[in-house]
Structure formats: structure tokens, C-alpha cells
Design a protein around this ligand. Structure first.
Ligand code: ZN
Length: 242
């Protein structure tokens, strides 16, 4: 089974559609949260995600904020503006969908969380030290997270108990061995200085992880951000990839 793994779409429909077209064939979709926030097309993105086959979708911090579940004071001024814009523009049916999303999903094979298995909505796994602590917070062979907007993987060496961090090749397939924490990067707002949308294909039968990047129409998204009065910084950063 080929699973399309996406995260941090951030209301960027052009990037999401480029990913879906590029991924081509997949049997299921695991979306690790932050469907909304920052970008100009939150309703269109929620509706597109909802239409995907065999979907498992998690709640991200921006989704929780759009639902009013998080005090906007924790965000910087521009992110706060964007959250308020989402709250006034999201249609009730899409709000209802976001309200159904779980913070964490775990089965015998994989654990899914937006930020980390230990603190699903908020914690950033940005280094091996934090990753190491999080290996104690799930039991499955693999854990998938988003939230940092950086494609990365952490492997736990079961004998030494140490964690090895790896940046997946931009396009390439890695054979996985348990246990690992994997991050596909961000569809709608990459932050690794590569402005192309990031996603991964997780082949459950082969136990392989393939990291992908795909270019999309950034100028269209930037134009909409400015047209809708969203913070210009959120437009600029898309072409820079940060
Ligand atoms: Zn995010």
C-alpha cells in the first residue's frame, strides 16, 4: 500500500494540487495537520483534503487556533492576524470537519501526530535530543510528524539507544528499519530554503520512504495573499522557502 504523507498545507491550494498531481497513484492519505493558517484558500484546501481516499487527518496548532481552541496570544502578530482571518472566512461545514480531527492516532505499525507523540499539537522535534525523548512516548515501529516544515528523519539505534538524524535526499527512496520518526516537510510553506512543496510516499509493503519536492505556481498564491489583505510577509516567504 502506497500512502501519500502530507503536512502543513496552510491553505495553499496550488501547492496541494501540485502534490496530488505529482504523487499520481496512492491508496491512502495521511495528513499530519495544519490544513489552514497563513495561506489564502483555507476552505478549498479543507474540501480538497476531505475528498482524498482513505484519509487519516490530524489536528494541527493552526487548525486548533482557527477553531478558537487556542488563545491567539501565543502566536506572533502576523500569525495572529492570519488566525483571525481564518476564523471569519472558514465555512461552518469546514469548521465542523476540523473539529472532528484527532490530535494523535496510533496503531501497531505507526503513530501519527502533528508536532510530536509526547505533545501532539505543540512540540517541535528539531533535533536528535528532543527526538530521543519522544521515542519513549510511542510504541509503534514508526512515528510520523510535521509542524517544523522541515523534511527530516530520526532513527533510533536499539542497541546504543542513540538517535541518528538524516535529511532525506530531495528525490530518493530510503529503506526503513524500526524505529524511526519521519517528517515529510511542508506542502504549503516549506522552511528549508527550497520553495517547492514537500511530501513523502510511505510504501507500507516495501517499508520504504520516498521524499519528494514539486514546484507550484507560487506567484498565484502570493497574489491572492496580498489581494485578501493577509500579511505580505506570508507571501514573501513562499518564494524564499523559509
Ligand atoms: Zn504548520
Amino acid at each position: 500500500m502506497r500512502v501519500l504523507v502530507i503536512s502543513d498545507i496552510h491553505a495553499n491550494l496550488s501547492a496541494l494540487d501540485a502534490v496530488i498531481a505529482d504523487a499520481c497513484e496512492f491508496d491512502a492519505v495521511w495528513c499530519l495537520g495544519d490544513l489552514v493558517g497563513y495561506g489564502p484558500e483555507p476552505n478549498e484546501c479543507v474540501e480538497r483534503i476531505r475528498s482524498l481516499p482513505n484519509l487519516v487527518c490530524l489536528l494541527g496548532n493552526h487548525d486548533a487556533a482557527a477553531l478558537g481552541q487556542i488563545d491567539t496570544e501565543v502566536f506572533n502578530a502576523e500569525a495572529k492576524l492570519s488566525v483571525q482571518w481564518m476564523q471569519t472566512h472558514l465555512l461552518p461545514a469546514n469548521m465542523d470537519f476540523l473539529r472532528t480531527l484527532p490530535e494523535r492516532v496510533e496503531n501497531d505499525f505507526v503513530t501519527l501526530a502533528h508536532g510530536s507523540p509526547r505533545n501532539p499539537v505543540w512540540e517541535y522535534i528539531l533535533d536528535g535530543r528532543v527526538a530521543r525523548k519522544n521515542f519513549d512516548s510511542f510504541k509503534s515501529p514508526y512515528c510520523l510528524v510535521g509542524h517544523t516544515h522541515l523534511p527530516v528523519m530520526y532513527h533510533l539505534d536499539s542497541e546504543s539507544g542513540t538517535v541518528r538524524m538524516g535529511i532525506p535526499e530531495m528525490i530518493g527512496t530510503i529503506e526503513l528499519s524500526p524505529r524511526a520518526i519521519l517528517n515529510p516537510g511542508s506542502v504549503g510553506q516549506p522552511r528549508d530554503r527550497d520553495n517547492r512543496a514537500a511530501y513523502a510516499i510511505f510504501d507500507l509493503d516495501q517499508q520504504t520512504w520516498t521524499a519528494h519536492r514539486v514546484a507550484y505556481d507560487i506567484i498565484r498564491v502570493q497574489r491572492l495573499i496580498l489581494e485578501f489583505g493577509l500579511p505580505p510577509r506570508h507571501a514573501i516567504r513562499l518564494s524564499e522557502g523559509w
